[in-house]
Design a protein around this ligand. Structure first.
Ligand SMILES: [Cu+2]
Length: 315
């Protein structure tokens, strides 16, 4: 069922439980759809005009249908009490403490995600609505001593793997929705409110790319969709031994032509940015382009990235 529903790869610790509920709910709905469909066709045939000239005003005399209705209601109740509520209370609303998590602030706007990290001191600097400008979309008050080392990015969320991530969400303008399908996270972002959401990524982007890798068949004049600007998962050599495409490099149209010329008909590649923050609320005309990139890294890579970004601040 999971494959049939086309659920994306699950890269979070709580994802299996969410997927389980989605799968069970769909089984129940499929059963009801088939059951009601069969019943509907049966009634059309059984009570057709030629067989039943006169309408029966009493109708059904047995209680079978009432029992069936009750059984379905009980099953739905069990789904709610046995699965949905426990997942909600044990996973969704069981927030980790701030000491036990990486805390990040995300401020949504039409049409971008502003990300705010506290920097080395671990304390978030003051943000002031009057300081918001094109260069400072967060309105970060750099004169505040704790704000000096704060890191701000636009549409780029870097996170370490296997660590609790606690995100404080707010919006500058309208209602947005912070959705990361691969992490099974979706939370409305509401102006004037700060809403928390948490999760724990279990795969780095490199691992996700490995498991998303796909073999694309290439031939002259035929470039499969999604291949250009994806990342090569294998290296490819020309017949003279020179490297055409190195593992980890972008697959470009030029490279594909060279590969075809060398008689290579298959390329193993994966998306460059496999994980995205997609805005899941129709928030305006630019809604479609409100997407951020999520990069899940090892703890060391993440620290490196933070240090690199901190260096920019010293300019
Ligand atoms: Cu939006």
């Amino acid at each position: 069922m999971k494959e049939f529903l086309g659920l994306p790869l699950d890269a979070s610790a709580h994802g299996t439980q969410i997927d389980q509920i989605i799968v069970i709910t769909h089984w129940l709905m499929l059963l009801l759809f088939v059951g009601w469909g069969v019943f509907f066709i049966y009634t059309l045939v059984r009570f057709r005009k030629s067989r039943q000239q006169q309408a029966d005003h009493v109708g059904v005399r047995s209680h079978a249908s009432s029992y069936l209705e009750v059984a379905i209601a009980v099953f739905e109740g069990a789904l709610l009490v046995g699965f949905a509520i426990p997942v909600w209370s044990n996973v969704v609303s069981a927030f980790p403490s701030e000491q036990d998590a990486l805390v990040v602030h995300v401020v949504a706007e039409q049409f971008a995600w502003n990300v705010h990290y506290p920097g080395v001191d671990g304390v978030f600097g003051k943000r002031d609505i009057n300081l918001i400008s094109e260069d400072n979309p967060l309105g970060l008050d750099r004169s505040d001593p704790v704000a000096e080392d704060d890191i701000a990015t636009i549409n780029q969320l870097n996170l370490p793997v296997n660590k609790n991530i606690l995100i404080y969400l707010t919006s500058k303008d309208v209602i947005h929705s912070f959705g990361i399908p691969l992490l099974r996270v979706k939370q409305d972002v509401i102006p004037g409110q700060t809403i928390r959401v948490w999760f724990r990524p279990t795969m780095t982007n490199d691992q996700i790319r490995e498991s998303m890798a796909k073999r694309y068949t290439i031939s002259r004049g035929q470039i499969p969709e999604g291949l250009v600007l994806s990342v090569a998962m294998d290296g490819y050599q020309a017949s003279d031994g020179s490297l055409i495409l190195e593992k980890g490099d972008y697959v470009t149209e030029d490279v594909i032509e060279q590969l075809i010329a060398e008689g290579i008909s298959e390329v193993n590649a994966a998306p460059d940015t496999p994980m995205e923050i997609a805005c899941a609320q129709l928030c305006g005309l630019g809604h479609y382009r409100m997407r951020g990139t999520v990069t899940i890294q090892t703890a060391e890579e993440f620290e490196e990235w933070l240090a690199e970004d901190a260096e920019y601040l010293e300019w």
